[in-house]
Design a protein around this ligand. Sequence first.
Ligand code: Q0Z
Length: 287
Amino acid sequence: MRDVLHVGSGKVRELYALDDDRLLLVASDRISTYDVVLPTEIPDKGCVLTGLSAFWFARTRTLVPNHLLALRADGRSLECRRLEMLPVEVVVRGYLAGSGWTDYARTAEVCGHRLPAGLSESERLPEPIVTPATKAAEGHDLNVTEVEAAAMCGPGHYEAARDAALALYRFAAAHAEERGILLADTKFELGIDDEGVVTLADEAVTPDSSRFWPADDYAPGGPQPSFDKQYVRDWCLASGWDRTPPGPELPPEVVAGTRARYVEAFELLTGTPFDRYLADPEVVLCA
Ligand code: Q0Z
């Protein structure tokens, strides 16, 4: 790209500076599993994730202000306001999965939330909980208590971020459930704008920042299949891969099956045919 400064790389995304006030977030077609980026891309995955983020940003902007300025015609790039990012990620969990389940099984608590005894893996929580994490150690998030998060962000900023995240989760989970997808948990990144307002940033409620479960197959008492990545995970483990880099190349049928699941999640959640999105990405912005 012409005259844009590369300012950061995620595992599967790139960040560029357009000017002092604006950033460009570009989602690639790369896929990671068990924290390893695979050598094979999933065609259109970046467009699916960018379109979903843009869809949620458009629909929640009256609930919580966000950083979206424009969705580019390539369907995979978002122009954003540059914010002062908070030093914690704000995870909202409606179900007990991942590190939430691990911590609960060991201590009956998750990030300082005391939960009822006897819950099983993947069970729905009585109320969603907010479990902040720091982006401290290389790649790996470290769960912290809300008291610790408030100390790191300043209590006013943390409380506003927590309230925003809970409101966003409740909205997105209700929308998704009506369309056959359980939003088990999702991670938000928020920042402060130039007027001091806590603002939603980064990506929003995508399969890369969330656990999406097919509602039809929901069976608490063990881990749930992931809506998007389950084919990839199952195939990788069945291939004998030991979860250390490099990951295996994916065969064409696994690529096609995975792409189809991403596209299905997009279409269920947005109600828009994915081909229409590719032809004119801004269709997802009319709330
Ligand atoms: C997001 C990240 C990515 C690498 C910084 N609106 C914003 N203002 C200031 N900073 C950010 C944002 Cl979104 C910001 N990240 C995460 C995304 C590649 C890192 F695509 N880092």
